[in-house]
Design a protein around this ligand. Structure first.
Ligand code: MN
Length: 263
């Protein structure tokens, strides 16, 4: 076999393999198993787009601002970052300009707000280097990591999982996503939360112990990341309780405000 004809033969083989793969994929799609009922995909609106962002996992980082770590009783200088998850259907989409009704949840008598920058990923991977991490970011949103603080603390005291304190229905209100190409990387500006007009949390994103890039990098050591993953990037100090009727106004510089009313 000459060099040229050998290459031609290889090329034909590659084309044949690719065709087979495409055919396999198509038949796999038509042969997808039927389900007895539909489970809706959680999505988040994208500003300036008719598309919506499909949510795969909701990650949250704990104690990512030094003053908040101290108020929660830990030493921010020694703690490596830790992550937990909320179920995707904990997402409550909040439109820009509306004050969305948010039900006071069952079982708690100490329901807390935590305003947070949310980072949405368009790509994934394992062991992502810090300098490549921001390449994975699709966009940003304003979010609330709502917390049944009494239950979170009680479970922690008993060395049991936090789940009931953090990962419950509608515990993740979020504004619409803004693409990086629209707003750039949001990581340095002011972040604040007011209750009934009184400012309670007031800090800057630059106060994060672990930056957005560092969070992505660290998280990718524990879990392979995928498009559709979102990360609640932690809350600054002065978290506190709400009661029915309270109106929360969340602000992050560079993004529109997000507001809910506790009902
Ligand atoms: Mn939080």
């Amino acid at each position: 076999m000459t060099k040229i004809s050998r290459r031609a033969a290889l090329g034909a083989a590659v084309t044949a393999a690719a065709t087979t793969r495409l055919t396999d994929t198509a038949s796999a799609q038509t042969a997808a198993p039927k389900t007895p009922f539909a489970v809706p995909q959680t999505t988040i609106p994208i500003v300036g787009s008719s598309e919506v962002f499909p949510v795969r996992r909701v990650y949250c980082i704990g104690r990512n601002y030094a003053a908040h770590a101290r108020e929660m009783g830990s030493d921010p200088t020694r703690e490596p970052p830790f992550f937990f998850q909320k179920p995707t259907d904990a997402i409550q989409n909040v439109k820009v300009g509306e004050v969305a009704d948010h039900p006071y949840p069952s079982l708690t008598k100490n329901y807390h707000y935590e305003v947070e920058l949310v980072v949405a990923l368009k790509a994934g991977g394992k062991d992502i280097p810090i300098e490549k991490a921001l390449d994975l970011v699709y966009g940003y949103a304003v979010g609330l990591d709502m917390t049944r603080r009494d239950l979170q603390r009680a479970m922690g005291d008993q060395k049991k999982p936090w789940e009931i304190g953090k990962s419950f229905d509608r515990s993740a209100p979020i504004g619409p996503l803004h693409k990086v190409e629209q707003v750039g990387h949001v990581g340095k500006g002011k972040i604040s939360l007011a209750v009934n007009g009184a400012v309670k949390q007031d800090a800057t994103l630059a106060h994060m112990i672990w930056s957005v890039a560092e969070q992505i990098s660290k998280l990718s050591e524990a879990n392979e990341l995928f498009p559709g993953d979102i990360i609640y990037s932690g809350t600054p100090e002065n978290v506190g309780p709400v009661v029915k009727g309270d109106v929360l106004l969340c602000k992050i510089e560079g993004l529109p405000d997000m507001s809910i009313r506790i009902t």
